[in-house]
Design a protein. Structure first.
Length: 225
């Protein structure tokens, strides 16, 4: 059965209300991590393979999160925050292909190519930023992100990028596991599925990270000036 967007949103709203009531009755999953003293920004996978709908895995649903992330990056650079980007490395046919990925073959859309792994120019890195090529959903798994943050005494990770239900969730979960304060900037993340986006933000807020607006983050940064 295929639901209309309206029916899906109604069912999702009912489900989220039921979950909130369950958590509230038991007094669980209500806390927040809050901001620490030394934040950094991570931009997860805002490469053309995800932001350009010419690719099978790309989506114009990410246009607004990309634009909002550009605002956050401007504020972060003004304050000298560490900024980290992730993307997939471009690998033509090899014996070590991912099990499932946005690079799966498609006869309808643009072939996965080197451009697909380039960061979208709307949020392009600067020379002082770190670009990490990752092989898995989490920005932490199999990378040197954790020691990089520790070396810079970072305690709070402002998480932006895509997709909410996969790489953002995995990155937030691993940030918590590594004892950083994970803060997902809600305006700056997106997903191909609106329902998955909304549900995942709700679930992550309950257990794995703080979910806050861009305005709240900018206020927190301004308060430290």
């Amino acid at each position: 059965m295929v639901l209309s967007d309206r029916d899906a949103e109604r069912l999702l709203g009912d489900a989220l209300q039921s979950i909130d009531e369950y958590y509230e009755q038991r007094g669980i999953f209500q806390g927040r991590f809050g901001f620490g003293e030394r934040p950094a920004i991570v931009v997860v996978d805002f490469a053309y393979g995800w932001t350009d709908s010419a690719y099978a895995g790309g989506s114009d649903r990410l246009d607004q999160p990309v634009e909002k992330t550009a605002e956050l990056l401007a504020a972060g650079r003004q304050r000298g925050l560490p900024i980290i980007y992730t993307a997939s490395s471009y690998r033509p046919e090899t014996g070590d292909q991912p099990f499932k990925s946005a690079a799966d073959r498609s006869i309808t859309f643009r072939d996965w190519d080197a451009r697909a792994c380039e960061i979208d120019q709307r949020v392009a890195p600067e020379p002082s930023d770190l670009l990490i090529y990752k092989e898995n959903a989490s920005a932490f798994f199999g990378t040197h992100l954790a020691p990089y943050l520790i070396e810079r005494q970072v305690d709070t990770l402002l998480i932006t990028g895509c997709s909410t239900s996969a790489c953002i969730r995995a990155t937030a979960t691993d940030a918590k596991s590594n004892r950083f304060r994970p803060v997902i900037v809600a305006d700056c993340v997106g997903d191909r599925s609106a329902v998955c986006h909304v549900f995942t933000l709700h679930d992550i807020q309950s257990r794995f990270a703080d979910v806050v607006s861009l305005d709240q983050v900018l206020q927190q940064l301004s308060a430290r000036d």
